[in-house]
Design a protein. Structure first.
Length: 318
């Protein structure tokens, strides 16, 4: 009877050692690539065109003047979204500075399986090579956390691990960081639909994802407003189908002309606006609030990539 627990413990030990060795090897491989990306990073601004919607600045100023945090609600088309988000947050930081406010930076929650190699060695190397440059460009700081669906990558969501990850994010929020969340949690939206030949567009968001990060701020004593951000075209830089950088990204990093990714920052959705419609965001109204916010994100995207939230755009506009 004692053999089975012993065997399981041995298997976990071997697995953890394997992850550690893999992590060290990918560090070695990723470092020169990280330096190469850093050298090319001044060209990131040419790869992404940031555009702001009407009243964005007014809403941003109101949020910052009241000492509130921003919870960025961002769609996800591929690994190239990290580049787009870094350029976008740099833009937001600069706009805030012009208004007389200092934004320390943004927490970017990422799947722990990406950092630990559960999604493949190549994805792990690319993550390690690009992520430090997001900090340098747009003050975007990655915070790995173990999602519920990480089990398919061999990771178990242990309560103590998850709480440690959440505490790290709370500490970041307390130090003045805002949050930007790829709320779909996967790159399915940037994958090619075999029937249409186009990308899927927005996919269903778990109803409590935006609320989790709103409550993260609230539990730390901060009120928060929501900032919709719509990114379109990042799948052209990192294929969501193959998880590989594309020739178009390499051409852009070498200074060649490419069609930029479009990143639109929307009008800030205040806590009062959400509360007037649905009550204070929480578990009871999580689904309604999430669909409303995703309608705002969808409204920043071309119709053909609004996916499952196309109808919410019409309701939001009405």
């Amino acid at each position: 009877m004692a053999v089975k627990p012993l065997t399981m413990a041995l298997e976990r030990t071997v697995e953890n050692v394997g992850r550690y060795v893999q992590g060290k090897l990918t560090d070695i491989v990723a470092f020169p690539l990280e330096m190469a990306v850093w050298v090319a990073s001044p060209r990131f601004g040419r790869l992404v065109s940031v555009r702001e919607e009407d009243h964005f600045r007014q809403g941003l100023e109101n949020t910052l003047r009241q000492g509130r945090r921003l919870v960025g609600i961002v769609n996800h088309q591929g690994l190239g979204d990290g580049i787009a988000l870094a350029v976008t947050t740099k833009y937001i930081v600069q706009v805030a500075w012009q208004m007389g406010f200092n934004i320390e930076g943004f927490i970017m929650p990422v799947a722990a399986s990406l950092e630990l190699g559960g999604q493949g060695v190549l994805s792990q190397i690319l993550y390690k090579a690009f992520t430090p440059n997001y900090e340098r460009i747009g003050r975007v700081y990655s915070f790995p956390y173990t999602r519920e669906e990480e089990s398919k990558y061999g990771l178990i969501r242990k309560k103590e691990t998850y709480l440690r990850e959440v505490r790290a994010m709370i500490k970041g929020a307390a130090s003045g960081l805002h949050v930007a969340v790829f709320v779909e949690g996967r790159v399915e939206g940037g994958r090619t639909n075999k029937e249409t030949g186009r990308i899927n567009g927005l996919v269903e968001v778990k109803k409590d994802i935006p609320i989790q990060f709103f409550e993260l701020m609230a539990n730390q004593g901060f009120s928060a407003d929501f900032l919709p951000i719509g990114i379109d075209g990042s799948y052209r830089y990192f294929s969501a189908d193959h998880r590989l950088p594309t020739g178009e990204l390499l051409r852009g990093l070498l200074g060649r002309e490419v069609d930029p990714v479009i990143s639109r920052v929307g009008e800030v959705v205040s806590l009062e606006e959400v509360s007037d419609l649905y009550g204070k965001p929480g578990k009871d109204n999580a689904e309604q609030v999430t669909r409303f916010l995703m309608g705002r994100v969808a409204g920043l995207l071309p119709d053909e990539v609004r996916g499952v939230y196309r109808n919410e755009v019409r309701q939001t506009l009405n």
